[in-house]
Design a protein around this ligand. Structure first.
Ligand code: HEC
Length: 94
């Protein structure tokens, strides 16, 4: 039993380390995204078979277009990047 607990806490410790490394940017991106980007489409547009975005550059362009045009969000370049990173890490994986 003790051994199991030891292994478990080791696993938890190492995964939370990896998590802590990425978390601030991704969490920020997720928050911004959920505030401004879910009115017209759900996240299904990012995973559908015939999705339009095929490269990281296209993802960046699309996020910028949707952000400035459709969502009328006034994000700084770093906020925009955190949303791009959030979408890429969770959906597109370029
Ligand atoms: C006013 C409506 C609207 C809002 C708000 C909006 N979008 Fe979009 N978005 C669209 C439409 C319309 C499409 C094209 C969908 C289609 O082709 O079926 C699209 C497509 C996309 C795609 C491409 C999906 C693919 O095919 O790969 C991405 C990425 C995207 N939006 C990101 C965002 C982000 C990030 C935000 C927030 C800043 C956002 N959208 C807010 C209307 C909107």
């Amino acid at each position: 039993m003790k051994k199991i607990i030891a292994i478990l806490s080791l696993t938890l410790a190492s995964s939370s380390l990896a998590f802590a490394k990425q978390d601030p940017v991704l969490a920020h991106g997720k928050k911004l995204h959920n505030e401004r980007c879910t009115k017209c489409h759900t996240d299904e547009v990012y995973t559908r078979k015939d999705r339009q975005v095929k490269t990281l550059r296209a993802l960046s362009n699309q996020v910028n277009n949707c952000m400035k045009g459709a969502a009328k969000a006034q994000w700084t370049p770093s906020e925009t990047n955190s949303v791009i990173e959030y979408l890429n890490t969770n959906y597109y994986k370029f």
